[in-house]
Write a protein that binds this ligand. Structure first.
Ligand code: G
Ligand code: G
Ligand code: NA
Length: 254
C-alpha cells in the first residue's frame, strides 16, 4: 500500500502537523486549554486526518510521530508564552508504547527543559485500552510520575473501550472524557443520556473532572451543564485548527 509506504518517511520529512482544539468552561465559555491533534500533510493528497493513517502505523512509527508532535507543541508553547499569550495546558495523546517504557516521560521532560517550559504546560490523554496492556502496572507508574510533576492525566474516549470499574478505582488520573459518540445521541436516545448522567456522577463521586467531547449543538451543551459536566470541546466552540488560527482565537478574546 503506497500510503503506508509514504508514512514510513513522514516523520523524517516533517510532514506531521499539529492542529489545536480548544477546551472550554461550558458555563462561561472561558478558554481552558487545547488538545493537540495530529494531521499528516501528504505531498500529493494534502492534509489527512488521523483516521486515514493511524490504523496503518506500527508501534515504532507511532513513537516517531509522537516525538514530532511533542517537538512542535513545545516550540509553539514557547512562542506563545514569549508573546504573553495564556494558552493554558496543551493535551498530548500519548500512545501506550510510550507509557509502558519511560520514553513518554523522558520525551516530555526533554521538551520542557529544552524550551524552558513548565511541566504544567502539558497534559496527557490516554485511552482506556491501556488497561488491556500486559504492562498496565508500568503504565500506571509512568502516569503517577507525570502527576507528581503536576501534569493532568485524562482518560479518553471513556465508555467505548475496555475500562472496568476496577481500573477506575486503581488507576491514577485526573479527568474523564466522555466519548463523542454518546454526546451525539443527546436529544435522540434516552439510554445514551442516562449513561452520560451516570458517567458524570461517577466522575464527580471519584473526585475527577469530567470533559465532554464532540459538542456540536447548544442543546447538547445545555444537557451536559444540567447534568453537571463543566468542561467541553466540540465544533460548537472550535474545530481543531492550525496554530495561527488557534492563537488568533485567543487574541480576539482578550
Ligand atoms: O482528528 P480526528 O477526529 O480524526 O482524530 C481521530 C482519532 O485520532 C482521535 O480520537 C485520537 O484518538 C487520534 N489522534 C488524534 N491525534 C492524535 C495524536 O496526536 N496521537 C495519537 N496517538 N492519536 C491521535
Ligand atoms: O478521541 P479524541 O478526543 O482524540 O478525538 C478528537 C477528535 O474528534 C478530533 O480529531 C476532532 O477532529 C474530532 N472532533 C472534535 N470535535 C468534534 C465535534 O464537535 N464533532 C465531531 N463529529 N468530531 C469532533
Ligand atoms: Na484525545
Amino acid at each position: 500500500n503506497r500510503l503506508a509506504a509514504a508514512l514510513a518517511f513522514a516523520a523524517d520529512r516533517d510532514e506531521f502537523v499539529v492542529y489545536y482544539q480548544q477546551k472550554v468552561n461550558l458555563q462561561t465559555g472561558e478558554h481552558l486549554g487545547f488538545e493537540a491533534l495530529v494531521r499528516w500533510r501528504h505531498p500529493q493528497l494534502g492534509i489527512l486526518p488521523p483516521g486515514r493513517f493511524l490504523p496503518l502505523m506500527e508501534g515504532h512509527l507511532i513513537q516517531s510521530m509522537t516525538r514530532c508532535i511533542v517537538d512542535i507543541v513545545a516550540r509553539d508553547l514557547r512562542a506563545w508564552k514569549t508573546a504573553g499569550l495564556h494558552v493554558g495546558s496543551i493535551a498530548i495523546n500519548l500512545p501506550e508504547a510510550l507509557l509502558v517504557s519511560q520514553d513518554g516521560y523522558d520525551l516530555i521532560a526533554a521538551a520542557v527543559n529544552a524550551n524552558r517550559l513548565d511541566w504544567r504546560d502539558f497534559a496527557i490523554e490516554v485511552t482506556e485500552d491501556v488497561f488491556l496492556n500486559r504492562g498496565a502496572d508500568q503504565i500506571a507508574e509512568t502516569i503517577s510520575r507525570f502527576r507528581k510533576q503536576g501534569v493532568s492525566v485524562s482518560l479518553d474516549d471513556f465508555g467505548t473501550g475496555f475500562a472496568s470499574l476496577v481500573h477506575l478505582r486503581d488507576f491514577p488520573f485526573d479527568e474523564l472524557k466522555i466519548d463523542r459518540s454518546f454526546v451525539a445521541e443527546i436529544g435522540k436516545d434516552i439510554r445514551s443520556e442516562q449513561i452520560i448522567r451516570a458517567i458524570i456522577d461517577l466522575a464527580r463521586n471519584l473526585g475527577k473532572r469530567c470533559v465532554a467531547e464532540g459538542i456540536e449543538e447548544e442543546g447538547q451543551r445545555d444537557f451536559l451543564l444540567n447534568a453537571g459536566c463543566e468542561i467541553g470541546q466540540g465544533y460548537l466552540y472550535a474545530k481543531p485548527e492550525p496554530a495561527f488560527a488557534a492563537v488568533e482565537r485567543l487574541a480576539r478574546r482578550r
